[in-house]
Design a protein around this ligand. Structure first.
Ligand code: ADP
Ligand code: MG
Length: 243
């Protein structure tokens, strides 16, 4: 579905991504992990058109994405969440999602249709309780749900989810994991998931790609990757416990 090939991104003299190659198969949940600063978000930024790659190619469903602006990328069915949610503060929760449906979806949608889509998605992510409220009312968990809802409202075939569990308590975390599973299972959306809470991620993903200092150091099934000496070393010996 997605083929990232020899992706390189430099900021001045600093190389944030170096020759990174991986692919994403339709229907899978792929984990993208690596220590802080290893280039995970930069990778999402390049794929989603937020940043131009320095070199390399990015093909999505047979089409080259390099050079497309983020609005064009999302219209082709590739949505992403941002690590730090920044909703429209003066719009309600429903309006935030309706705006995403209206502008982010390739289909033409009336205001009423966009709102109806927003309500469906808010139910799916577990945020339907107070749709007229402003986002300021939400805690960290709610903001993450809203961020996911905005991405899903665009009707993606592939979702890039950036650290969707950061700052959540264990109950919120379990429900977020359940939501991602349903996004794949019920909506049939393929997912690339960046996550720091590794034990949780490893239980859900089909495959993992590991970055360290901008380079891919491992790739494979979670159990194999967790025991790979290069991965253990990249995490400074931090034991990756699989629950
Ligand atoms: P991760 O998401 O894996 O924690 P990032 O992709 O955010 O890592 O960052 C990788 C490296 O690139 C970091 O050293 C970061 O400081 C640097 N970086 C990211 N974005 C920029 C930018 N826009 N300008 C300069 N350096 C950046
Ligand atoms: Mg990041």
């Amino acid at each position: 579905m997605l083929t990232v090939s020899r992706l390189t991104k430099r900021f001045g003299g600093f190389t944030a991504l170096s020759d990174v190659t991986f692919d994403v198969k339709e229907g899978e949940i792929l984990g993208l992990i690596g220590p802080n600063g290893s280039g995970k978000t930069t990778c999402f930024n390049c794929v989603s058109g937020v940043l131009p790659p320095t070199a390399g190619s990015i093909r999505f469903r047979g089409e080259d994405l390099v050079g497309l602006t983020p609005d064009k990328v999302v219209h082709r069915g590739l949505a992403r969440t941002f690590q730090i949610p920044r909703p429209f503060k003066k719009l309600s929760i429903t309006e935030n999602v309706a705006v995403a449906a209206h502008y982010g979806s390739a289909e033409h949608m009336s205001d009423a249709e966009a709102r109806a889509r927003a309500r469906e998605i808010l139910t799916l992510v577990g945020l339907a309780a107070d749709p007229a409220a402003l986002p300021a009312l939400l805690g960290a968990g709610g903001l993450k749900k809203l961020e996911l809802a905005r991405a899903l409202a665009t009707g993606p075939k592939l979702l890039l989810a950036d650290e969707s569990l950061g700052g959540l308590d264990p109950t919120e975390m379990a429900s977020a994991v359940d939501t991602l599973r349903r996004v794949r299972g019920e909506l049939g959306i393929t997912i690339v998931w960046v996550e720091h809470i590794m034990a949780t991620l490893m239980r859900v993903v089909d495959r993992v790609v590991v970055l360290d200092h901008g380079e891919k150091i491992a790739e494979g099934r979670p159990l194999e990757v967790a025991e790979d000496p290069k991965v253990v070393e990249a995490y400074l010996g931090e034991k990756i416990v699989l629950e």
